[in-house]
Design a protein around this ligand. Structure first.
Ligand code: PMV
Length: 334
């Protein structure tokens, strides 16, 4: 029997998106990406490896996963990476909980695999550096490579075939920009129909514009790093918003086209543009789902949130400060 470990890991929202794998097995991206860690949105995961188990026992948000489910297979595959590294054959009991909707474009896979990487590696007797944890988490879900760290985080694509140079680093920590806020606006809690992995693969294969994406993302990254360094909020917002829309434009030009927006998503976009026309510095970004993350400053939060809650179809608007990184905690889930 191994010791039980519990980790908490944050969700993150990409301001420069990762879209496209150059190696689907190792989760190596075509482009580097950049995110901000979301305070308050997190996954908590407890892991223990036990001789008495004949297969992994996985429970997610209160329901036990059957070994036929896609999620189960993904997590088992990830646990195999840990077992291989720890030279162990023991199966694991994993209990995991998110404090936000799962699989609907709120980055649950990022926080989920970051928490599993940390708790799982420790439970298997491994003590990995943050860099190693980022490399491990990446192989569960690309964006999880960024959820190891708090603050502003860059995931460098790397160039090696083995992926050992494809990991994240913290650019600025969570105290760097105290006025910075993200409002996570939920318009649907349903699990999305097309996963980001499927969406990426399809976009690469069929969008005539994908070939322009890696260069464009690299240029956007350069500008946003400067904007963060100089605390130029409007520049940061503009680049993040354009980058997200560019990614969605790629999806729209894939065959079959991939459209994640719901009517409420469009209403939110229009409202943000309206507020901007009135002089407010407010921007948005959208991942592979219908939810919108609003990028704004603390002084405008109240007005923006009230406007959002007035929009038909908006279910929730959660205000997040910049959060800290993944960490071990002592409150176990079993
Ligand atoms: O890590 P995945 O497979 O969930 O892909 C994430 C893709 C986006 O959320 C759309 C962009 C990103 O960089 O997080």
């Amino acid at each position: 029997m191994s010791q039980k470990f519990t980790a908490s890991a944050p969700a993150n929202i990409a301001l420069i998106k990762y879209w496209g794998k150059r190696d689907a097995k190792l989760f190596l991206p075509y482009n580097s990406s950049f995110s901000v860690t979301l305070g308050g949105l997190k996954t908590i995961t407890t892991v223990q490896f036990l001789a008495e188990l004949s297969q992994d026992e996985l429970s997610l948000n209160g329901s036990v996963l059957s070994s036929k489910e896609k999620q189960y297979v993904k997590i088992e595959r990830f646990l195999n990476l840990i077992r291989r590294r720890a030279k162990s054959k023991l199966k694991a009991r994993v209990v995991s909980e998110n404090n936000f909707p799962t699989g609907a474009g709120l980055a649950s896979s990022a926080s989920g695999f970051a928490a599993l990487a940390l708790a799982g590696s420790r439970a298997a007797g491994l003590k990995m550096s943050s860099r190693r944890l980022s490399i491990l988490a990446r192989q569960g879900s690309g964006s999880a490579a960024r959820s190891i760290y708090g603050g502003f985080v860059e995931w460098r694509r790397g160039v090696r075939g083995d992926g050992l140079d494809s990991y994240s680093r913290q650019v600025f920590n969570e105290s760097y920009w105290p006025e910075f806020r993200i409002i996570a606006v939920t318009v649907s809690k349903l699990v999305k129909a097309v996963s980001s992995s499927e969406g990426m693969a399809n976009t690469i294969k069929t969008s005539p514009f994908y070939k322009f994406w890696p260069k464009r993302a690299a240029r956007d990254l350069k500008v946003i790093l400067k904007a963060v360094r100089e605390k130029k909020f409007s520049l940061l917002g503009e680049i993040a918003e354009t980058n997200a829309l560019t990614m969605h434009a790629l999806m729209l030009t894939a065959r079959p086209p991939l459209l994640y927006f719901l009517p409420a998503t469009i209403s939110i976009i229009n409202k943000i543009h309206e507020l901007r026309e009135k002089g407010m510095s407010v921007y948005f970004t959208i991942d592979a789902g219908p939810q919108v993350k609003i990028i704004c400053l603390e002084k405008n939060v109240k007005v923006i949130r009230a406007e959002m809650l007035r929009i038909h179809g908006v279910e929730e608007a959660r205000v997040c400060q910049i959060g800290g990184g993944a960490k071990l905690i002592s409150r176990h889930l079993f």
